[in-house]
Design a protein around this ligand. Structure first.
Ligand SMILES: [Zn+2]
Length: 245
């Protein structure tokens, strides 16, 4: 006779199987993991290079704008030369012009340095992109292969969902309610196998819960073995079962 305990064990197995398949469908398959990691790593390097390049471009543009502003300022000062009224004003104006020229040189140096770094970044980026092309192609091929496998996994998920529903319908409402509550509390593992304590020498047989190690009373083991009774572990409350030998 199919006991509730047997149904509950089958239900837990179907739920485990369903979750494994769902994780597979939404994750990266093992056979692709290594390539996926390598691809992500290289992609991150390329993104970092692109970011550096963008930064140097922004720096260069800022330096150019600063140079243009200073040139305008210089022109204004130079136009004032004809308007000075005495030697003192003339000396002061020349001083201003010298200062602005100094600032222009600094801004130009900044722009030049940014341009040099920009060229270096561009070169590294081009090299990286060239090297990346092969890996990227390989990755895209595997992605296509993976997409091709997905419908099969999705189909299996559909089957398992039906199996879970069928098994659930076989259980009395109270049992199913209990099972679901324990399932929620224990990260989708409502069951715990009973394990025999390995002891040297003679003595009475001892049993414990495979999930939390708390001891299981011999009377419970007998009830489970003979009647398929639903007995929770005294400590963690998971439903105990005897693994098939
Ligand atoms: Zn336990």
């Amino acid at each position: 006779m199919e006991t509730d305990l047997k149904t509950v064990v089958s239900l837990q197995e179907a739920i485990d199987d369903l979750r494994t398949h769902q994780a597979q469908l939404h994750g990266i398959p093992d056979w692709m993991q290594e390539l996926h990691d390598r691809h992500s790593e290289r992609k991150a390097e390329i993104d970092a290079l692109q970011e550096t390049l963008d930064e140097t471009q922004a720096e260069q543009r800022a330096a150019e704008a600063e140079t243009a502003d200073l040139q305008t300022k210089l022109k204004t000062f130079q136009e004032q030369i004809g308007l000075v009224r005495n030697q003192r004003e003339y000396a002061a104006l020349l001083q201003e012009i010298d200062t602005v020229k100094g600032h222009i040189r600094e801004a130009e140096d900044k722009g030049l340095s940014a341009l040099e770094r920009q060229e270096e970044s561009q070169k590294s980026l081009d090299e990286e992109l060239q090297n990346f092309a092969e890996l990227d192609g390989q990755y895209k091929t595997e992605l296509v292969k993976w997409e091709g496998q997905k419908p099969q996994i999705a189909e299996r998920i559909g089957e398992l969902e039906i199996e879970v529903k069928t098994l659930e319908e076989r259980l009395p409402k109270a049992v199913l309610g209990l099972f679901r509550r324990i399932l929620d509390r224990h990260e989708n593992q409502a069951l715990a196998p009973i394990q025999k304590l390995q002891r040297a020498g003679k003595g009475p047989q001892m049993w414990h819960c495979g999930a939390c190690n708390y001891s299981v009373r011999p009377q419970s083991v007998v009830e489970i073995a003979n009647n398929g009774s639903l007995v929770p572990c005294d400590s963690c409350k998971r439903i105990l079962y005897l693994p098939e030998v």
